[in-house]
Design a protein around this ligand. Structure first.
Ligand code: TYM
Length: 339
């Protein structure tokens, strides 16, 4: 097995990232590396320039994000941790795959439609071709599984389409070049929603910090955000079906279940019939208990900048060594001579 996934180093690591993706990165690291497979996890700094950004912030956020990932349990000795910028093969492969990706496929991407909005003419070209770089990220390493939240599913399907078309167009049937990557999405935390609006996903780009729990929030801030989270006046139902049409209640119960390693049914078994006056403090305490140790490790790690840079440099070296053979085969398949 070869596991590959990435996260944009913009803003803070939040609970949606953690429950939707990072927790699975850690679980896969523990399982897959023990069985001789590889895990590659990277900070998508090349993707981050698709939106307006401040260069000094991007560099600082890249370091903060690597500190946060290590604090969550990723181990640079077992997983290959790096930022895309250290591995130019990602951008090179993207260019080669631009010949295979179709305009129509990219035009259908919901992230492109959401982020470009009505201002398509003013959006960056990078925002449009973003999913081709994402395909290159995973195809470069022949990824078998890609742990992500639900919002990345469409990009992963596109990566499969690109791989399939390239294999069809430039390879013989018995020797396809690219492995088709399978998304791995946690059913119970596929989409964690905003604390202010249960119909919007929890996101780094939400202007309100009250909408998300950051992995770096203090205990007081977490309790405060949970207390202020939007809810409805009804008590919690005893059965899952009773959460339909109640997006905020559904989200808080899902967060509790995912954090406790339990199920929605079990949480409702315990809290069914109770109001939010009882449920919210219990959820806040659970979050503080689970996130407190991560936060402590993060605060210690973020100070040691040379150590963080060394993690990224070493991870970058290992990633380059794994990616170069596939890149060379891609040039060969396309008939591009390289000396
Ligand atoms: P990004 O940085 O937006 O998010 C990182 C990971 O967190 C997941 N996630 C969520 N999961 C559940 N609920 C939420 N509210 C939530 N918000 C975010 C995302 O699904 C993702 O798994 N394009 C990617 C980064 C990327 C990538 C890749 C991922 C670049 N190349 C190759 C996988 C493979 C992104 O912007 O994720």
């Amino acid at each position: 097995m070869r596991i590959v996934s990435g996260i944009q180093p913009t803003g803070n690591l939040h609970l949606g990232n953690y429950l939707g993706a990072i927790r699975n990165w850690v679980a896969m690291q523990d399982k897959v590396t023990a069985e001789g497979g590889e895990c590659l996890y990277f900070l998508a700094d090349l993707h981050a320039i698709s939106m307006p950004h401040v260069p000094a912030d991007l560099a600082a956020n890249t370091r903060e994000m690597i500190a946060a990932l290590v604090a969550c349990g990723l181990d640079p000795e077992r997983s290959i941790l790096f930022n895309q910028g250290q591995v130019p093969q990602h951008a090179e492969l993207q260019w080669l795959l631009n010949g295979t990706a179709r305009m129509g496929w990219l035009n259908r991407m919901t992230q492109w439609k959401d982020k470009a909005g009505k201002n398509r003419e003013g959006a960056s070209v990078a925002l449009f071709t973003y999913p081709v770089l994402q395909a290159a990220d995973v195809l470069l390493y022949q990824a078998t599984h890609v742990p992500v939240g639900e919002d990345q599913k469409q990009h992963l399907e596109l990566a499969r389409d690109i791989a399939q078309k390239f294999n069809n167009d430039f390879c013989t049937e018995d020797a396809p070049l690219f492995t088709l990557p399978a998304p791995f999405i946690p059913p119970e935390a596929a989409r964690i929603m905003s604390l202010r609006d249960g119909t919007q996903k929890m996101s780094k780009s939400d202007p309100s910090d009250m909408s998300r729990i950051n992995m770096t929030d203090s205990a007081d801030t977490i309790m405060q955000k949970v207390k202020k989270a939007k809810t409805d006046p009804e008590p919690l139902p005893s059965e899952k079906a009773g959460l339909e049409g109640r997006p905020e209640a559904k989200n808080l119960v899902a967060i509790y279940a995912a954090m406790a390693g339990s199920t929605v049914d079990a949480v409702l078994g315990e809290f069914g019939g109770e109001g939010f006056g009882k449920f919210k403090p219990a959820l806040g305490e659970l979050l503080v208990e689970k996130l407190g140790p991560i936060n402590e490790r993060f605060l210690a790690l973020r100070e040691d900048i040379p150590a963080l840079d060394a993690i990224l440099r070493k991870g970058g070296e290992k990633a380059r060594a794994l990616g170069i053979p596939t890149l060379q085969k891609t040039y060969d398949a396309l008939g591009i001579m390289r000396g």
